[in-house]
Design a binder for this molecule. Structure first.
Ligand SMILES: [Zn+2]
Length: 147
């Protein structure tokens, strides 16, 4: 049976809850939550990467886990007012690209508080999770490092 509804519409709200496994990246995500930087380390060439890679892109060797200092330098900053994925409310954020010490790649994250005064060249350190966690990758949070 067909039924014509014209322009009528009904607003529906759907909620879905499920367990999202971390898989290979579990040590990385567990470290982030506690402010520990767990990188991948290539036993062949010695390169470290954070965020980690399961296989070294330089020589295709399977990597191992290695704890690094969690210190780095800001490469770029973007200030925005937005809602993070899986979060309800919009807020001010400073997203940062950080070149971590001891590694050759850079990681995308955010300053733990938008009030932190940072710019390219500012020394920062991984800080651990503060606030609501929408997705484990949102635990890449930094604070300005006082030296
Ligand atoms: Zn390698």
């Amino acid at each position: 049976m067909n039924r014509t509804t014209g322009d009528a519409a009904s607003e529906l709200q759907l909620n879905l809850t499920y367990q999202h496994g971390s898989g290979y990246l579990a040590p990385y995500f567990e470290g982030l939550l506690e402010g520990r930087a767990i990188a991948s380390h290539c036993p062949t060439c010695g390169r470290k990467r954070f965020p980690p890679r399961p296989v070294c892109p330089h020589d295709r060797t399977q990597t191992e886990w290695s704890r690094i200092s969690g210190n780095g330098v800001v490469v770029s900053v973007t200030s925005v007012h937005t809602a993070l994925p899986f979060a309800a409310a919009a807020a001010d954020f400073k997203f940062v690209l950080v070149a971590m010490d001891e590694t050759e790649n850079a990681v995308f994250g955010r300053m733990q508080t938008a009030a932190d005064d940072v710019a390219a060249g500012t020394r920062v350190r991984l800080a651990g999770l503060a606030g609501e966690l929408g997705h484990p990758s949102q635990a890449v949070q930094f604070t300005a490092r006082s030296e």
